[in-house]
Design a protein around this ligand. Structure first.
Ligand code: NAD
Length: 497
């Protein structure tokens, strides 16, 4: 069986005391095993990072940016192979895997402009003969801990800004689909990145804890579920590190009575069921405003959902593929049962879905609930599967309150033709990323990504200018070039007064 190794600056390493199973979600079989590393493995990566980082940090920024250009070309040249590899472990359809890679690549494009973004500020003559200037310097060694659902995009969100600003970066990807990150490491090397600047260590909680506690790692970026994000944030900050930790989500789509219903149905199908609902920016809750709107929407949604094609990830006509593991499939199906038990109306039941020829694959059929209410656990918690829940709101205020009061605050969307309602909604909703007639409002690479409430711990977003800030420290220099005469001692705080 194939073993997926660590990727150290010194080469790959496939020895381990523990291994994790990597499945083929289409067939349900184990296709590979991944090494589950220890603190000693991390030490090796940190030693290589520490050896390489000072020279990388003093390589001029334009040269660092050139590595971004070469890496981008290599990713593009290998897009097909990377997408197939990604789909084979994750289960998303190939076109969606290409999107996963492409969205990450756009962050690399942005990073090619980093020399500009790292420029500091300068004030001449802040006092007599005194100038003040600032510069951005790398943290040193940064680490990223990433989830299974975007095994290319999320590592690239992190490593691009970290590397181009002069850091060494150690990635601990999800142990469920770890192969693409190793390919990314190989492509960085091919692009000319020095050994030790991008490394991959695999593992589970043991490796995450080693990263959180390692004194040489100065910054940690985490994306995953909220409880773990909170844990990572607390432990990392307690160890004196800079931490950003993105968590789970339960994004709502508000449908106003004047919305274009056909477009809403098309948007909802893609956003709720694409990638089998395994996206933190999926739209698993729809909130029609008024019973009339709800009834109209429901009548159009049912046939659209019934027409969805679930297939293997290589099926070009499939709308979505299997979920990532048997355990995750069971978790989703348990939530469906819980919804029934809680009293929601199960309109379309995706449980027990079998794909002919792939009976052991981890498939879940599309599921629709109506009359979901806020006290239900299935509403409060993240299901992370192809399950759409309809929560009926009486009016705009009630609809606005739902995502605003939810524990998660990642993304939200409003569908309307009324500019005033949209504007009001965007200004008042207590959520980090808002779509107006846009179902999945993932900001483009030169803006930044981040939710609110339990969807993100820490105060700096991913990528864009925020990403550059996260991976750099500001140093401010006050300089004085006297004209030769000696001054007196000053015993009061200096002012420019
Ligand atoms: P997860 O929390 O299970 O795993 C994320 C990472 O944490 C993995 O690398 C994993 O190895 C590690 N980990 C798991 N258990 C741990 C533990 N007990 N202690 C320390 N580390 C641990 O998440 P997942 O299932 O891989 O990904 C899905 C989740 O990620 C969903 O909740 C989704 O909403 C969220 N997500 C959020 C965003 C965002 O930007 N807000 C983006 C993508 C995914």
């Amino acid at each position: 069986m194939k073993t997926i190794p660590h990727y150290f600056g010194t080469g790959t390493a496939a020895e381990a005391a523990r291994f994790g199973d990597v499945f083929d979600p289409n067939s349900g079989s184990i296709q590979a095993r991944v090494v589950l590393g220890t603190a000693a493995d991390l030490d090796k990566a940190v030693a290589a990072a520490a050896a390489a980082q000072p020279a990388w940090a003093t390589t001029n920024p334009q040269r660092r940016a050139r590595v971004m250009f070469r890496f981008k070309e290599l990713i593009e040249a290998n897009m097909e192979e990377l997408a197939r590899l990604l789909s084979s472990e994750h289960g998303k359809v190939i076109a969606d895997s290409k999107g996963d890679i492409q969205r990450g690549l756009e962050v690399i494009e942005f990073c090619a402009g980093a020399p500009h973004l790292m420029k500091g500020e300068f004030s001449i003559g802040a006092g007599p003969g005194i100038d003040v200037y600032s510069m951005r310097q790398p943290i040193g060694i940064a680490a990223g801990i990433t989830p299974f659902n975007f095994p290319a995009m999320i590592p690239l969100w992190m490593c691009g800004p970290a590397i181009v600003t002069g850091n060494a970066f150690i990635l601990k990807p999800s142990e469920r689909d770890p192969s693409v990150p190793v390919r990314i490491a190989e492509l960085w090397k091919e692009a000319g990145l020095p050994d030790g600047i991008f490394q991959v260590v695999h593992g589970d909680k043991e490796m995450v804890d080693a990263i959180l506690d390692h004194p040489a790692i100065g910054a940690i970026s985490f994306v995953g579920s909220s409880d773990i994000a909170h844990y990572v944030y607390n432990r990392g900050v307690a160890a004196g590190k800079r931490v950003q930790a993105m968590g789970g989500a339960k994004n709502h789509g508000i449908v106003m009575p004047d919305a274009d219903m056909d477009q809403v149905v098309a948007d909802l199908c893609g956003a709720a069921f694409g990638s089998a609902g395994e996206r933190c920016m999926a739209l698993p809750v729809v909130v029609p405003v008024g019973d009339d709107t709800a009834d109209k929407l429901r009548a159009k949604l049912i046939p659209a959902i019934e027409a969805l094609r679930v297939g293997v990830s290589t099926d070009k006509d499939a709308h979505y593929g299997p979920v990532v593991t048997a355990a995750h499939k069971a978790k989703i199906e348990n939530y469906i049962q819980m919804g029934v038990d809680e009293g929601a109306e199960l309109v379309i039941d995706g449980r027990g879905f079998k794909l002919q020829g792939h009976e052991d694959g981890f498939f879940v059929g599309p599921t629709l609930f109506d009359r979901v209410t806020t006290e239900m656990r299935t509403y409060q918690e993240e299901i992370f599967g192809p399950v759409l829940q309809m929560v009926r709101a009486k009016n705009f205020e009630e609809a606005l309150a739902l995502p605003s009061q939810h524990q998660y605050g990642n993304g939200v969307a409003i569908f309307t033709r009324n500019g005033h309602a949209a504007r009001e909604f965007a200004a008042r909703v207590n959520v980090g990323m808002v779509g107006i007639n846009v179902p999945i409002p993932v900001p483009v690479a030169y803006h930044s990504f981040g939710g609110w409430k339990r969807s993100a711990f820490g105060d700096v977003n991913q990528h864009g200018v925020e990403g550059i800030r996260f991976y750099t420290k500001v140093k401010t220099v006050t300089q004085r070039w006297p004209d030769g005469g000696a001054g007196d001692s000053a015993f009061v705080i200096p002012t420019m007064g």
